[in-house]
Ligand binder design. Sequence first.
Ligand SMILES: Nc1ncnc2c1ncn2[C@@H]1O[C@H](COP(=O)(O)OP(=O)(O)OP(=O)(O)O)[C@@H](O)[C@H]1O
Ligand SMILES: [Mg+2]
Length: 338
Amino acid sequence: MTGRHAAPSAPEAPPPPPEKEPTMTTTGPTLTALEERARARPAPVGEGALVACEQLVRIYQSEGVEVQALQGLDLAVATGELVAVVGASGSGKSTLLAILSGLDVPTAGRVRVGPWDLMTMTPRERVAYRRSMVGFVWQQTARNLVPYLSAQENVALPMALAGVPRRERRTRTAELLDVLGVGYCAGRRPHETSGGEQQRVAIAVALANRPRLLLADEPTGELDTATSADVLGAVRAVNAELGTTVVVVTHDSAVSEHVSRTVAIRDGRTSTEVLRRTTTHDDGSEHVVAEEYAVLDRAGRVQLPREYRDTLDLVGRVRLTLEDSHVAVRRGTTEGHR
Ligand SMILES: Nc1ncnc2c1ncn2[C@@H]1O[C@H](COP(=O)(O)OP(=O)(O)OP(=O)(O)O)[C@@H](O)[C@H]1O
Ligand SMILES: [Mg+2]
């Protein structure tokens, strides 16, 4: 025995660098500092999303009167999402869809769908965009289908125009009518089918050329509640089975109960979003949780709900204070000075 100490073992790996402590300040950053920070790192709206609208403005001039249909709208829709857009009449829903469909061009802002920049597209690119990237369904059933063609002829028509071979047209038509649950209507003309069946055939027509985005402007607007549910079910099937991204405009609050995200537009801006998710209880029962969020746009604007404003009499100037974990909005003037 040598009595020597055991040779020291291999040096241990150096300890990992200490995690960076989040910078803590006792007073918290000031609003100005936060604003500066936000300005320094502008995260593009909808980075990686299929649809990205940023500060979208659409002004109509009508008989010398200016109507601001969209007033700086931000919206991002991820690939594969099904989003319902709701809002009062005149809030700008159809204007938004007309822009996304390539039918209309915004006055200002940015809008991108997939690789297409909808602000700078040439007329030729616009035609290609409308043929390949988007499918559109109108509220008026009669506007969606050619009246003297059968359902299958209606669905095959856009494919024929795009030069799809006859055999492929036939399989695709059968597949689409099937997904939409109207295979039995294949040989019937629009007047031989119900309103709900016509809208489901119309969705098949819109999807004929495999667009990545389906836009539907109040597709159930002319239908009764039960039929609306059928059409909405078909829209969900399209989203789930074909993976098509869907933006559907609706007046119907029941519609928004069936989708994972509902975006509300108020006065030409996205005001709130409701996210729905299904949770499972300990006993295995499932239930849907809906959470409503206000939308803070890129310029830092948020819309306060009318009930809040009315309850606290918030009008005109208000006071904003930065608290530890929230921002408080208070009446700007004290009683007696109003
Ligand atoms: N071509 C146009 N010329 C002038 N103003 C227009 C035009 N199209 C729409 N507007 C105006 O723009 C605003 C937004 O209209 P939009 O059709 O987008 O509303 P909406 O949310 O679809 O309403 P609805 O639920 O009634 O269909 C409205 O004030 C409307 O009057
Ligand atoms: Mg509309």
